[in-house]
Design a protein around this ligand. Sequence first.
Ligand SMILES: [Zn+2]
Length: 257
Amino acid sequence: MSLDLLALAAHRDDVEQTCGGTLLKMAERGYRTGILDLTQGEMGTRGTVEGRAREASEAARILKVSWREALDIPDGRVENTWENRLKVVRVLRDLRPRVLILPYWEGRHPDHYTASVLGYEAAFLSGLAKLSLKGHGFSRADESTGDARASAPEGLAPHRPFKIIYASLYRDVRPSFLVDISEQFEARFASLMAYKSQFSDQQAGSGIFPAQAEIRARVESMARFYGLLGGVTYAEPFVQKEVGLVEDLMAIPVKSI
Ligand SMILES: [Zn+2]
């Protein structure tokens, strides 16, 4: 399986909050999209790992993603180690996405900004021809196990995403560009609400979790804010480190005055 677009995030339900509308929009355009969650959510105040896995698949179905998996990196302890980078390299070489969405590289939660740097460094390493995953517990494709991957060694050939963009909704930073998600907003909100164990109104953790109506108001105001910047109803913000390149000045969107 190969993907056009992969979104990497620290926790299940991160992608639903930062770039779920964009993932859905790309899937509706016919691109193959995927989500890699680094952790399984075992530190969450609410719910269980198994429950969260079910909720994550339901959210993935709503966002029409073709592939979703969670690595086994400890929740609350996402560290940019060699071992963790190789876990991400294996996924990148397997799925070969052209575009990689990472969390923005600064933030309140250490797992989020660490996931950003970890993802970037893994994307770099993944392109190194001489970096072999053999001997790191990832030698699947080199073993004669008889599965499809074993007969397709190119599945783990070096691969570097062409484009890395950063989902910046969690951070007050001026985005490089926006994606209009006016048509996808309701489904994106539904994908977040698929995490019933986290977001349905309940007693456990009610001191730290906002009520569902409050979540709706927050999610909607953020999407509206970025929508206003782009002259549309709802949008999601992204940062790219590169400058933009334009072919046709007549086709640049977003009105100046
Ligand atoms: Zn998170």
